[in-house]
Design a protein around this ligand. Sequence first.
Ligand SMILES: *Cc1c(COP(=O)(O)O)cnc(C)c1O
Length: 465
Amino acid sequence: MKSAEYWIARGKEMSAKREERLKNAMSWKFDTVATHGLYDLEQALGSHSGSIMEPVYLSPAQAYADSGHMEAALSYQMPTWCYSRIANPSSFFLEETIALLEGYGTDHVCSGLATSSGMSAIRTATDPFLVRDDSLPPANIVTSAQVYGGTFQQFRVRRFEEQGIEVRWVRNPAIFEEWAELIDEGTRFVYGEFPSNPSLSIFDIRMVASLAHDKGIPLIVDSTCASPALTRPIAHGADIVIHSASKVIGASGYAIAGLIVSKMNIPSKVGPDEMRADFATWAKLWPFRDNGPNISPMTAILILNDLRSLRMRMAQMSSTADTVARWLEEHDLVDRVNYPGLKSFPNHELARETMQLVDSGEPTFGFMLSFEVKETVPGDTANTRKFYDGLNMIWRATDLGRVKTVATWNAISTHQQQGEEGRSLASIKPNTIRLSVGIEHPDDIIADLAHAFSAVAPKASLSFV
Ligand SMILES: *Cc1c(COP(=O)(O)O)cnc(C)c1O
């Protein structure tokens, strides 16, 4: 039998080894980090039967050698995973890798937390800042209005309508003054999406972060659509990054998952010091344990497997999206195209500076674009419907970041529940179509779009009217 002290000392050795592996991984290039994370030969031989790929541990619980081991582990005094609701070796592999990728190119050591979905990542990352504190003015949230439909509803319905927490909407996140006017002593955190889904609006992360930091509060950025292959918000001053890993990080499309990455020592007006010191780790050990939004170990490995090839996939998808955006911009039946790579994009210069393919520095603008179908009668949706129903190869679905191209008619789907007023707040028009470009050949994507447009205005009849 060994004492708890013995195990705590063993734990210190394990942590020192991990530090070494971390340092080593921080010297690698992005693709190498994505491929290996912190899983190396020593780990494989020592704990995982030599498996060259990170194994899937479906086991719900970890066994301990003796009471001293259990005591040291469950008081969180040595590395442990205990029980899969709190942690799991397979989830660790994913969390360590995404934390390294979000901190890539900076001196920031980051920590990660994998969750059951993007929505639970947002909930888990924001809950701790909204705790009751009677010494502060009533809590409010300052957020871009141009956010994912689910996020809009989580803030508006769950936070405001159910909990009475005031939500202050920044209508145009590109206008710095709008953020500045809304943040006050009651604001607990500032929230934005970069770039936003589906209107692709972006904002100056650095300037909004400094606004938040002046008030002693964190900036949380949902960077699902950029991914660390293009933009790493922490490098620009953000404190916490959110991903729906169901999207381009898990592009093959076999899982729903979320990710949270935080840097060390973030500002907050509420919560314990441990929370500010290492937010993601603290959230995992405490509120996460009690709330239970954990990822399944199987899902963690499926996501990790896709994460390895993120950069090359983003390069390919972005190049195709750019070709498609340019084609759409020239089309007679398109009113406007939103794509950060187009000169007509309102914030094109900022996009060029902040969306660059990692390790190449090339401005690269992602897989997502949206466009408005030209209507014969303004405000009508007849042409939009004909176009949408005319798609053959491109899937009609509420999905994005997929290896397969997907078109979404937002007003009737993702942003249907937030109503006309909510949609106008988020700049979503009745004729907006979001296109998430996959890895098919651009010629075939364009051919399908052309086919769908021909359903709106058959060429033959046009020339005779
Ligand atoms: C899909 C999405 C979410 C929600 O993620 P789920 O994994 O579907 O829960 C959050 N933010 C953005 C930008 C998204 O696209």
